[in-house]
Design a protein around this ligand. Sequence first.
Ligand SMILES: Nc1ncnc2c1ncn2[C@@H]1O[C@H](COP(=O)(O)OP(=O)(O)OP(=O)(O)O)[C@@H](O)[C@H]1O
Ligand SMILES: [Mg+2]
Length: 338
Amino acid sequence: MIHLRNVHKSYTVKGKVIPALNGIDLSIVRGEIFGVIGHSGAGKSTLIRLINLLERPTQGEITVDGEEILKYDTVALRNFRRNIGMIFQHFNLLSSKTVAENVAFPIRIAGERNEAKIDARVDEMLDLVGLTRHKHKYPKQLSGGEKQRVGIARALANQPKILLCDEATSALDPQTTRSILQLLREINEKLSLTIVLITHEMDVIRTICDRVAVIDGGKIVENGPVTQVFLHPQHPTTRNFVLEAEHAGEDDPMSTLSQEGDAMVRRLTFMNDAMAQPVFTQIARECEVDFLILSGRFGKIKSTPCGQLTVSVRGDNDKALAALRRLSDAGVVVEETF
Ligand SMILES: Nc1ncnc2c1ncn2[C@@H]1O[C@H](COP(=O)(O)OP(=O)(O)OP(=O)(O)O)[C@@H](O)[C@H]1O
Ligand SMILES: [Mg+2]
C-alpha cells in the first residue's frame, strides 16, 4: 500500500540544515497495522507526515496505492489526501463546533452539499466510535478519550484507505489508551483499513501492530513482525524499548542474577506449539536437569500467545546441553542472554 524508497528529509531553519530522515526504506502492506517506534526527535512525525505529503521529502520516492505521489499536481494531491485520514496526540478538534459539526467538516470540505447525506454519514461515524449520545456536545464537554473518538470519526468521515495516527494515545491514561487501541483494531478489521501509527510506547505496538519499524536518528534500525522484533530485539535501541516495556532497567535485580557466576544462563522463547505443550517440565524431568527461573513473562503479542523465561540451567553439563537441544527441537528458541 505504501512504499518509501531512500527517502531523505531535512529542514532548513535560518540557513542552517537540520537533517530529520536519512535514507528511509519502508513497505507497508494493505490492511495491516504498521507501527513506527522511536524516541523523541527520532523523526517519527516527519516520517508519517511524508505519507500524506504534509511534508515533502528532500530526496527519494514515495508510492501510495501504486501511484507516485510526488508527481501529483494540486488537484491530484487534494483528491489523494481524501484517501488518507489522520489523528493526532492533542486531537486538534474545532472548539467552536459541536461533535457532529467536527465530523461533518471534512465531508463539507470534500464538496458534499446534500445535508441529508452529510447527516447520515456523521451518524454512521458516531455510531462506529460509540459517541452517538454526545453528538451535540462541544469538545470542551468531552473527556480525552471521547475527544480522540471524535478525532477518529472525523478522520474516517471521507472513507479513507489509510489512517495515520501520530501519538494518538500519548495524552490518554492507560485504560483509555486500551479502549482507543481496541477501537482502532476493530476499525482495521471492519473496514480493512491500512493503519500506520507512530508511538514511543512499546505497549501500544504490542497490543495492536502486525509489524513494526524502529527509528533512531532518522534511520530505521530494525524492522519486522512485532513478535520477532519484540522477542528477539537486535539493535540496542530496540532492546531498550523492550526493557522499558518490561519495567526492567540495568539495575534490575534480575539482570544481576543472570550474570551470577559461571552458571549456564539462557533465554527461552515459547510460541505456537511450544506454548501448547508442557515441554519445559517434561524435558527437565527426562534429562534430569533443573532450571532456576531468573525472570519470565507470558502474555499475548496482538493475538499470539507467547512467553519468555530467563533460566539458569543446573546439573551435569552434558545433560544440560542435551536438555537445551531437546527444548530447541520442541520449538523453543534458546539463546544466550545479552
Ligand atoms: N518544521 C520543522 N522545522 C525544523 N526542524 C524540524 C521541524 N520539524 C521537525 N524538525 C526536526 O526534525 C527532527 C525530527 O523531528 P520529528 O518531529 O519528526 O521527531 P519525532 O520523532 O516526531 O519526535 P516527538 O516524539 O518528540 O514527537 C528533530 O530534530 C526536529 O527538531
Ligand atoms: Mg512527533
